[in-house]
Design a protein around this ligand. Sequence first.
Ligand code: DAH
Length: 343
Amino acid sequence: MSLEEIKNKLENLEKQAVAEIAQVNDSSGLEIVRVQYLGKKGELTAVLRGLGDLSENERPVIGKLSNEIKNCLAKKIASREQELKDQHEAVSLANLKVDLTLPGEVLTQGSIHPISEVMAEICAIFNRLNFAVVEGPEIETDYYNFEALNFPPDHPARDMQDTFFIEDKVLLRTHTSPVQVRVFEKQKPPVKIIVPGKVYRHDADVSHSPMFHQVEGFLVDEGVTFADLKGVLTLFIKEMFGEQLATRFRPSFFPFTEPSAEVDMSCFACQGAGCQVCKNSGWIEILGAGMIDPAVFKYVKYNPEKYTGFAFGMGVERIAMLKYGIDNISLFYENDLRFLKQF
Ligand code: DAH
């Protein structure tokens, strides 16, 4: 073949390839065209194999031309490939019909458990009075739960009937009061502490559960009197239940306080007139309290001549039941969303 013939052939090949590239409709078809023209056994290569007849001057001319054609075709193939890809994407987007007017999925929002909420509310009131929150272990020793709180060895609370024992002298705490002793051991007066937490007792009916929550509070300093206790608890009851409520302190007994008191508030449901909530008494018992017994101070080496203090303890479930009119304690632990959603 002469130089002119080869040139013509190459140019025709190029035209033909360009036309085919433009016609191809998918990437596998495009690959076939690429192999057909640019592959090792392709047509362009075949033409270049027949260069033997050309003179030394002619060969570079054809070499250059064929390289240009090769590059040009490669570029066209690449851009056609991108074009096909874009088309494909556009079609799938068009087929994907999104109805923007459909309502979205509503996320269900959780709420704070009524026990957590009441406990937080109690702590917040005492925080405003500068009481600091401290927590203690739920697995306690006999020493902290009973002995150092001045429970005599034969006290009924120390019986298996009332307390969950883990080992001989290890138990699930029956109240949050042991945290008093733990704090006193570590800290010198003044101490002003509030202790929220879980407690355990062998007891179950509509108003008792084997696990429940208490908040304990105590204050020790020089010159603390029963009047301080009355002031703090009266203020607490008003903040928690209502400004108009009266408080009443009745003599009682706890091993770790002397004197001890049971504290009532006038019934918030009937304002003291008598109703179902207060069992017609006009009063609702709300917490236990007292002046910390000097016997407790002896265990922690506080000087009872120098320091006095008060303590109080309340059941969170009881307060939550009163506050929300709930008549069965087990509702708090069943995790029934229909119940929990109401708070
Ligand atoms: N620990 C008592 C109980 O669980 C409650 C209590 C009463 C706590 C009087 C006190 C207190 O700190 O002074 O029944």
